[in-house]
Design a protein around this ligand. Structure first.
Ligand code: GDP
Length: 189
C-alpha cells in the first residue's frame, strides 16, 4: 500500500453525513501521549498531519483524513489526558464509544494504540473490552517499541501479545518508523 495523497476533510463532534460515507474508515484510538498522532503521521509519511494531544484544543474532535481519495483515517480523541478535567475525560470517552458503537459509522478496522514500554493500562483494558463487546474488528499497535532494550524486546512483545488476549498485536515505533508496512498491509487485506 502506497500513500499517494492525504487530505484533512473535517473534524466532527457529533452526527454528520461523513459517518455514513461509503468509503471505508480505519479508526485510531489510544490513550493521550501514546504517540497516536506520531503513529498516524508515520503511516501517512506526513509530518504534522495528525495533531498531538499536547496541542491545546486540537484533539477534542473526531478528525477525518481522506487517503488516496479512497478511504478515511479517523483520528479519535485520546483518552485519559491528565490535564483535562474528569468531566471532559468522560466526555471524550463517550465520544469515542459513540463513534465506535452507536454512530452508524462501522469502521472497517480499529487500531488501538498502546505504549509498548508502559504496557496495557486499565484504560486500555477497558477499551479492549468495549471493542470486544461491540464485536469491532481491531488490531493493537504497540508503539514506542524502540524504548524497550533489544535484549528483552522479544520477551516483552510476547508478554504484550498475551495480554491482548485474542487480538492481533503489531510492534511499532513511530520514531524509528518500524512496523509501518505491517500496519499498511492491514488496510488492503
Ligand atoms: P499523542 O498525544 O498520542 O498523539 O502522542 P504524540 O504523537 O504527540 O507523542 C507523544 C510523545 O511521545 C512525544 O514526545 C513523541 O515524540 C513521543 N513518541 C511518539 N512515538 C514515539 C516512538 O515510537 N518512540 C519514542 N521513543 N517516542 C515516541
Amino acid at each position: 500500500m502506497k500513500i499517494d495523497s492525504v487530505k484533512f476533510i473535517k473534524g466532527i463532534r457529533g452526527t454528520d453525513p461523513i459517518l455514513n460515507d461509503t468509503k471505508p474508515q480505519f479508526a485510531f484510538v489510544g490513550r493521550s501521549n501514546v504517540g497516536k498522532s506520531s503513529v498516524i503521521n508515520a503511516l501517512l509519511n506526513r509530518k504534522g498531519m495528525a495533531k498531538s494531544s499536547s496541542t491545546p484544543g486540537k484533539t477534542k474532535e473526531i478528525n477525518f483524513f481522506l487517503v488516496n481519495e479512497n478511504f478515511y483515517f479517523v483520528d479519535l480523541p485520546g483518552y485519559g489526558y491528565a490535564r483535562v478535567s474528569n468531566k471532559d475525560k468522560e466526555q471524550l470517552v463517550k465520544m469515542i464509544l459513540w463513534y465506535l458503537l452507536e454512530s452508524g459509522a462501522s469502521p472497517r478496522l480499529v487500531f488501538l494504540i498502546i505504549d509498548a514500554n508502559v504496557g496495557l493500562t486499565k484504560k486500555d483494558e477497558e477499551m479492549i473490552r468495549a471493542l470486544t463487546e461491540g464485536a469491532m474488528p481491531f488490531v493493537v499497535i504497540g508503539n514506542k517499541i524502540d524504548k524497550i532494550n533489544k535484549s528483552i524486546r522479544a520477551r516483552e512483545i510476547k508478554k504484550l501479545k498475551d495480554a491482548c488476549g485474542g487480538a492481533e498485536f503489531v510492534p511499532f515505533s513511530a520514531k524509528e518508523k518500524s512496523g509501518v508496512s505491517d500496519v499498511l498491509q492491514k488496510l488492503s487485506s
